[in-house]
Design a protein around this ligand. Structure first.
Ligand code: SAM
Ligand code: SF4
Length: 356
């Protein structure tokens, strides 16, 4: 098993399969940021991804998440999933999608053997959804989720915690948004109740301050909503009880169960919770750079391996052993805790460009 100098075992790889997206979430990839056409030769090809995963398997990594951009935009994504699944009997492949194309692809995804589909759904209010993503397609996404459940797919919902309307950047609908973005706890309970109705666990995520302006300036402050702003009321409302993660959970979420709900409610707190100590993950960007932490600019260009298995395993294990950081620096507390990292440069790209 691959482990780093802090004793953390690395068992999970997130691979960004495309830099493109069909939405413009205000915290991830707002309009005109990261939206330009990329040089197609930079984007990893299927055979390169398969070679990369084969090398990861040799190092004990058998959990792969495909992400982006929007991964369902990638041509042949289901064949790629099938190919990855075939690399190892224990291989677990999950995908994170905005759900826009899920209705059309649910059957194919199910046949490809994807283990879980994570759908990003911050709200079940149509106008609020449009304010956040820039696209008026909530019903389409919900129809995709329904179809996916009918096809037997396991679904998890991901919701970024609600924030004030001032952080929304879709000016054309800002006026409407101001009327609907006020009672934030109700946004959460609506999402929880929808998740329960479709039999999907839901995880609420604290927004990480990324450079969404594309101006090398982190303008959407560090004071994002914290899970602690909400968790107490939700625990009381649903009588939530903390539970252990199951063996198929590979992320940093803390889960709760309730007698009132059939599904689990989770929280991912990159800002309020020190999940770096348990980090089990590496990322690969759409253009083939291995990143050992989302926050830092440094990365290893895996293309330099020529996709040779031995060179790939060497590069991945060297990076994990010598580069993987103790923790991120998104908050003052984290900066103090992980002082040894202070001279390393921050990655100034928004999440969607890095591969969230
Ligand atoms: N397009 C797909 C989707 O939306 O699920 C996959 C890529 S998206 C970058 C993956 C996840 O990153 C989404 O659940 C999204 O909410 C989350 N994300 C994006 N920007 C974020 C930020 N600044 N803080 C926290 N989560 C973020
Ligand atoms: Fe696109 Fe996903 Fe980012 Fe939204 S969160 S802009 S859907 S990549």
């Amino acid at each position: 098993m691959l482990s780093d100098r802090y004793g953390r075992q690395i068992s999970y790889m997130r691979i960004s399969v495309t830099p493109y997206c069909n939405m413009n979430c205000y915290y991830c990839m707002p309009k005109n940021v990261c939206s330009g056409k990329k040089n197609e030769s930079e984007i990893l090809k299927d055979d390169e991804i398969l070679k990369l995963v084969k090398a990861a398997v040799c190092l004990g990594i058998k959990r792969i998440k495909l992400t982006g951009g929007e991964p369902l935009l990638r041509k042949g994504i289901c064949q790629l999933i099938e190919g990855i699944k075939k690399l190892d009997d224990e291989m677990m492949v999950t995908i994170t999608t905005n759900g826009y194309m899920l209705y059309d692809m649910a059957e194919e995804l199910s046949e490809a053997g994807v283990d879980t589909v994570n759908v990003s759904l911050d709200t079940v209010n149509r106008e609020r959804y449009q304010a956040i993503t820039g696209v008026d397609c909530l019903d389409k996404v919900k129809a995709g989720i329904k179809k996916a459940r009918e096809k037997g797919l396991r679904i998890k919902l991901n919701a970024v915690l609600p924030e004030g309307r001032e952080s929304m950047c879709h000016e054309e609908i800002m006026d409407k948004a101001s009327e609907i973005i006020s009672e934030d706890t109700d946004v959460l309970t609506e999402v929880i109740e929808y998740a329960n109705s479709v039999g999907a666990d839901v995880r609420f995520i604290e927004r990480m301050p990324m450079n969404v302006t594309g101006t090398d300036n982190i303008t959407v402050g560090e004071e994002a909503a914290s899970k602690t702003d909400y968790i107490g009321r939700l625990i009381a409302l649903y009588n939530l009880k903390s539970v252990e993660k199951s063996s198929i959970d590979n992320g940093p979420a803390e889960y709760y169960r309730s007698d009132i709900l059939g599904v689990r409610v989770g929280f991912i707190g990159p800002l309020s919770n020190d999940f770096c100590r348990e980090c089990n993950k590496v990322r690969v960007t759409y253009d083939g750079r291995l990143k050992t932490c989302l926050f830092y600019e440094d990365g290893v260009n895996l293309r330099e391996s020529g996709f040779d298995k031995d060179r790939l395993t060497g590069m991945i294990s060297d990076a994990v052993e010598s580069v993987k950081h103790a923790g991120h620096h998104f908050t003052e507390e984290a900066r103090n805790k992980y002082r040894e990292e202070k001279n390393i440069k921050r990655d100034m790209r928004p999440m969607g460009c890095i591969g969230g």
